[in-house]
Design a protein around this ligand. Structure first.
Ligand SMILES: Cc1cc2nc3c(=O)[nH]c(=O)nc-3n(C[C@H](O)[C@H](O)[C@H](O)COP(=O)(O)OP(=O)(O)OC[C@H]3O[C@@H](n4cnc5c(N)ncnc54)[C@H](O)[C@@H]3O)c2cc1C
Length: 468
């Protein structure tokens, strides 16, 4: 299979024609398709896999949004787009592209309300846990609280609108006119046959380049040897096409990491455990960071420890909280990843950690918790109860979840050319576009991934329909 390519030529034939063509059937592509459909356009989605899943299915499915009907129904009335934008910029240390942070924070609330009212998606707001960096409870999920269920509900909504999602269709090449307008896309079937789909507007919703080791090594060398835990089919085609077209790209060094993937089981252990009072220790039984800095940058901190791993240590209160609230945690439990011990000596025996060092670390944490001593890593332990026997432990590693840089877009989600002018009919959103996390791993605020998939996806679909 050859690399994707730009062809400055008229297509030799058109097998199908549509107003709006969407490449990628994750959350971004399906939301874009629904918006284009609602805008009155004929829309077709092409997806390389036999069954759409993407990183969206692998995700926890948590979407931050202010001032939605669902949020107001939980009694939270003082959240708004400006507050959310301020949280995004605070996490990114002011380095998120201002126009994109504004667009995302103002579009996401109306987008979730529209998905609820027009397309029947149900939202619950997670109020039992405040995600790091969010100043209000604004994390939304479908009632099942999984990315798989989010995908299922979006797929059902697309089916209800009779939107064709053409699977086993790898987009390989774009036919582009002299005016930089996209005329058609060539897709390749698993048997090598090709089809050419003509379009009036093209939306790139095929995520970033986490699944392309060469691009990861080039842009985020610190993750070259890390496990990529996102969808394997996200091989950076949008970025490669964009570069060949002379498009502006931005923040290609940005990504979402995660410092708590059960190892070697490969199951996500929610960072909610840390926020509830858990700690991370290395093989020497010692803490090595402020675990409340953020789970994304913690990927780098964990990978820097001996063996590239750490142990999450916590107690029964936190174990019960995680088991009740997080399906991933229940999966980790079923996979045998969670160790349990009546005493720290039992935990040392179950994990191979040095018992004496573990005792010293937990004794320090107890002093930080009751406020008689300050944590040298500057974490505040005083707002959660002290850790108490019995104890639990899970071995974790750091991983790359998805890339956050991509094609630079304008307020209409149109890709920008090198000269700053938009392409006539090329749109990008979700992981294919520049995100709102600034230039590095530390700028990722929880939920920034689905935020731009859904907010920018809707803008792209709406605007593509109006131009199609
Ligand atoms: C474990 C994990 C947990 C996460 N949890 C959260 C969370 O709770 N909240 C949050 O906001 N974010 C989370 N994220 C990030 C989030 O999953 C992504 O940011 C989001 O799903 C991106 O959506 P998307 O539609 O852009 O991409 P995807 O869902 O990955 O969809 C892209 C699709 O494009 C297809 N594709 C790629 N190239 C081509 C091509 N050439 N031709 C045809 N099809 C192609 C792919 O097969 C894929 O189906 C998580 C990520 C991971 C890995």
């Amino acid at each position: 299979m050859s690399a994707p390519a730009i062809r400055r030529a008229q297509p030799e034939r058109l097998d199908i024609e549509t107003d709006v063509l969407v490449i990628g059937a994750g959350a971004c592509g399906l939301v874009a398709a629904l918006a284009a459909h609602d805008g009155g356009a004929d829309v077709v989605v092409v997806e390389r896999d036999a069954s759409p899943s993407g990183s969206t299915s692998m995700s926890s499915g948590f979407i931050p949004a202010p001032a939605t009907r669902a949020q107001r129904a939980t009694g939270i009335a003082d959240d708004n787009a400006s507050r959310f934008e301020a949280d995004i910029q605070a996490k990114a240390k002011g380095r998120a592209v201002p126009a994109l942070a504004r667009l995302a924070s103002s579009e996401i609330g109306p987008a979730l309300d529209w998905l609820a009212e027009r397309h029947g998606l149900e939202w619950v707001v997670l109020t039992d846990f405040l995600y790091p960096g969010h100043s209000r409870h604004r994390m939304h999920a479908v009632p099942e609280k999984t990315g798989t269920a989010l995908m299922a509900r979006l797929s059902a909504a697309a089916a209800a609108c009779d939107i064709p999602v053409v699977t086993e269709a790898l987009a390989r090449g774009l036919f582009v006119g002299d005016d930089d307008a996209i005329r058609a896309v060539e897709i390749e079937r698993p048997d090598g046959q090709t089809e050419i789909i003509g379009c009036k507007a093209l939306i790139l919703a095929c995520n970033g380049y986490g699944g392309n080791p060469d691009l990861v090594a080039r842009h985020i060398p610190e993750m070259t040897d890390a496990l990529y835990y996102g969808h394997a089919g996200n091989t950076g085609d949008a970025l490669l096409w964009g570069e060949e077209l002379g498009a502006q790209t931005r923040h290609l060094t940005a990504y979402q990491g995660h410092g708590s993937l059960a190892h070697p089981h490969g199951v996500l252990i929610s960072w909610a455990l840390m926020m509830e009072g858990a700690i991370q220790v290395n093989a020497a039984g010692e803490r090595f960071s402020n675990e409340h800095g953020g789970y994304s940058e913690q990927a780098v901190a964990v990978l820097a420890q001996p063996g590239g791993t750490a142990w999450n240590i916590y107690d029964e209160r936190i174990h019960d909280f995680a088991r009740a609230g997080f399906p991933d945690y229940r999966d980790a439990l079923a996979a045998g990843a969670i160790r349990e011990g009546e005493t720290l000596a039992d935990i040392a025996a179950a994990t191979g950690l040095p018992g004496a060092a573990l005792e010293v670390t937990l004794a320090s944490v107890a002093r930080f918790q009751c406020g008689v001593e300050a944590d040298p890593f500057a974490r505040d332990f005083t707002d959660k109860p002290a850790l108490a026997a019995p104890f639990f432990a899970v071995k974790v590693t750091g991983a790359l979840f998805h890339t956050q840089g991509g094609l630079m877009i304008d307020d209409s989600a149109r890709g920008l050319r090198g000269d700053g002018h938009p392409f006539p009919n090329l749109f990008a959103a979700g992981g294919a576009a520049c995100g709102v996390s600034g230039p590095d791993v530390s700028g990722y605020l929880s939920g920034n991934g689905l935020l731009t998939a859904i907010a920018f996806g809707r803008v792209a679909g709406r605007e593509a329909a109006s131009r199609g």
